[in-house]
Design a binder for this molecule. Sequence first.
Ligand SMILES: [Zn+2]
Length: 178
Amino acid sequence: MTYLMQFLLVAFVLLIPMSCQQSKSSIQSKENKESKVAATPASMASDTLKKVVKTAAQWKGELTDLEYNVLREKGTERPNTGDLLKEKSAGVFTCRGCQLPLFSSETKFESGTGWPSFYQPINDVHVTEETDNKYGWNRVEVLCARCDGHLGHVFNDGPKPTGLRYCINSVSLDFVKE
Ligand SMILES: [Zn+2]
């Protein structure tokens, strides 16, 4: 065996693990970059949804008695009384408490219940859903994800495409016309 061949053999044996190491670390750094990029929209969403926390006195100063009762004390407006029940214009329904966009007019439908009804939220992370066993009913409460204001309930008897019916108090909403 010549020195040249020995040298090449040694170099070859040494280089294989090094090149493997390099390619592995470059994959890892690529993965890190990708996970950083993917994390950006989530952190932006959490900024948008930075909790709005106010005292009862502050809420009372900003809301009417009925709005306070529904949003902060989980009350329910009387059916067929809400200003936005028959609203048919194009636009966005926002939270009366904190103005977070909640429902699009495109998903509003006539449910015949006497409350504004939607088949899906404008963004899944803008509403939170909690089990509500009050009065012995097994219902799912819908709340604003930013200020925890009570909006209404969601049921499984809605129209296509979701089959859901978000039954929302008109006083929990504001309307921003397009
Ligand atoms: Zn809100």
